[in-house]
Ligand binder design. Structure first.
Ligand code: PGA
Length: 255
């Protein structure tokens, strides 16, 4: 991380975990553990039905609660979807878009990820945009091409002003939930590559200000090494975000 140039963001992605009561208990447990740790932003992205309870529990603390997805239309016949306007109405500021599980299991494409990103930004939300290569792509040596293409397609039509509200999460798909973490060198190289693509799109000065997180089996044991890399500006954390002690250790590593 490079705190002189950009904000470090440690975000939890709860995925399909925690009922409202469980989220409340978790936030109440972790709140005092992260109190005063202000060198990074701390966010938990929660299932839709859990957001309000988590927000209530987090009130007055340095913890923010986000959503895990958002639809690109404001309203209409989209059964099961939730719009940015709805999220804003309950006070949600952050939203994950383009998580690989959405791309893999729910057929989201760079096109819909781009539409969702633009809709969330237009509604005044902050986006955690996820991208990353699958194992075969890394083994074939085309990681840079893949993340470069995703960066360009997912951010098409997003101008430099709107980009201020975008955090990128580089998440190699092979590292998510597998216990296989990218090495700090791999994370640094690919986050740096994404920054190069941003520089080509928006200019080097703008690219230097964009927070780029690493995600994929980040935990209490490997966070410090990953976060020590200059282009790794935080983490998007799945499994370890469900365990207060582990998540707090990652926040500590970012201090
Ligand atoms: P993981 O998940 O930390 O459990 O690998 C990361 C993510 O999916 O964002």
């Amino acid at each position: 991380m490079n705190p002189a140039k950009r904000r470090t963001v440690i975000a939890g992605n709860w995925k399909m975990n925690f009922t409202p009561d469980e989220a409340t208990a978790f936030i109440n447990e972790i709140k005092p553990m992260v109190a005063g740790k202000d060198n990074c932003d701390i966010i938990f992205c929660a299932p839709y039905v859990t957001i309000s309870a988590a927000m209530k529990a987090a009130e007055g603390s340095n913890i923010k609660i986000g959503a895990e997805n958002v639809h690109f239309e404001e309203k209409g016949a989209y059964t099961g979807e939730v719009s940015a306007k709805m999220l804003k109405a309950i006070g949600v500021e952050y939203v994950i878009i383009g998580h690989s599980e959405r791309r893999q299991y729910f057929a989201e494409t760079d096109e819909t990820v781009n539409l969702r990103t633009k809709a969330a930004l237009a509604a005044g939300m902050k986006v955690i945009l996820c991208l990353g290569e699958v194992k075969e792509q890394r083994l074939s040596g085309i990681t840079n091409e893949v993340v470069g293409m995703q960066t360009k397609l997912d951010l098409a039509g997003v101008d430099a002003e709107a980009l201020k509200n975008v955090i990128i999460a580089y998440e190699p798909v092979w590292a998510i939930g597998t216990g296989l973490t990218a090495t700090p060198e791999q994370a640094e190289e690919t986050c740096g590559e994404i920054r190069k693509v941003l520089a080509a799109m928006y200019g080097a000065e703008v690219a230097e200000t964009v927070t780029i997180q690493y995600g994929g089996s980040m935990n209490d044991a490997n966070a410090a090494e990953l976060l020590a890399k200059p282009n790794v500006d935080g983490g998007l954390i799945g499994g370890a975000s469900l365990v207060a002690k582990k998540f707090t250790a990652i926040v500590d590593a970012a201090q």
